[in-house]
Each structure stands twice: as C-alpha cells, then as structure tokens.
Ligand binder design. Sequence first.
Ligand code: ZN
Length: 248
Amino acid sequence: MINVTIWNEDSLDATHEDVLKVYPEGLNGALADFLGKNENMNVRTANLDEPECGLSDEILESTDVLLWWGHGKHHLVPDELVKKIHNRVLRGMGMVFLHSAHFSKPFQSLMGTTCSLKWRDGDRERLWTILPNHPIAKGLPEYFELEEEEMYGERFDIPQPDELVFLGWFSGGEVFRSGCVWYRGLGKVFYFQPGHETNPTYLNENIQKVITNAVNWLAPDEVVKEIECPFAEPVEASWNERHPNHKI
Ligand code: ZN
C-alpha cells in the first residue's frame, strides 16, 4: 500500500466560496476523491490550520508520497517543517507539487532556485506529452486541452529538470515546462502546473490520470532512516588475501 498525504494550505472552512463552487469538498477533497479510488493507496488529507500544520512527525514519517497545494500562505509554513520535509524526500519520500506550489517553501528548498514564473488568469491550455514512455505519461494522449487554466509562462526559474514529461502551450502564445521530474537524494519530485483553484482542472480525467500515475511512480520501496556517510573497507580485500602473490 502507498501512504499518500494530500496537503493544502486551506481547511474546508477556510476555502474561498469561488473555490467551493467548483470543488464543494475543497481541493483536498477533490484530490482525495479520485486518488482514494485506487485500491493500492491509503489517502489522508492535511492542512495548515491543523496542529503542527497537519504534518506531525508521525504523519510525515508514515507518508510515502506527499502532495502539496498552496498559494497565498506559503510564508506561514514553518522553516523547521520545511527542513523535515526536505530531509524525508532525500531519504526516499516522493513529492508532488501542484500548480501554485511552485512558490512553496519545500519546493524552493528542494530546487535551490526562486521558482519564479510569468502568470495570467483565464487562458486555454494545450498540454503536450513529450516523454510518452515515462511512467507518469502512461495512458495519456499525445496532447489534451483544458478549456480554462491559468497561464504559467517561461522563464520558469528552476534547475534543469531530470525528466521533462509535459509541455504546456497557452492560447496567449506562451509555453511552459508543465510536468517536470527531479531526483533528490533517494526521493523523486514531480511538479505539475495545471490546477488553478477556480478552474475544474482536478475533475479532468487526464489530469487525474497524470496525478495517479505520479503517485504510483514516486512511491518508494523504502524510506531509509538516515543517509549515512560510512567508512568503507575495500571491496576487493578478500581477493588480495586469496592471491597474496598477485595483489591488485
Ligand atoms: Zn492559480
């Protein structure tokens, strides 16, 4: 089973009415709804208003894949928590950053850059699957469209992605690296651009497929307790002992 934690800055009570019109159960509810249908996933949700921002050590240490959606409250996430999240990714946890989470502290920490971009509300987006053999792209068409999505445009101030799976094109003419993978330590990170809170993006079947594929692929076999830096005896020592006249 994959333990999935979906984190959103807003609790349902704190969610703006324009968002509730599209997602009556909030963004966490919408994401949990389709991910929760997978028999191999244990899905839970967390938000900023909960004790310890919803991510106590116990919850974080039992999370295989963490999804993160935030927009206006990035600064309220404590730096101490950001360090813990970063460390767990280095030890193997998978992490999916959605849409405006590009400016979240954990994403900036994992990238080491500002993660800035251009934006404009209300464009049409065409998403191109440019790495069709990638596990995150499994079952996706060559391209698909979102009637309304916020334009995110280049230059996106990120380190060069290790794998670029989706490219977004917008009706205003801009392009964007919309689906990017990075390896960080033993963990994998996926950034996925669609998901503006007042558009029904997370109800789109293709979007749901991308996020489901991502959770399956980012899930580690194991998250190690710590990254060690051990002294190592020579691997070939036994050969030398067995062949004293032919030392290498
Ligand atoms: Zn947005």
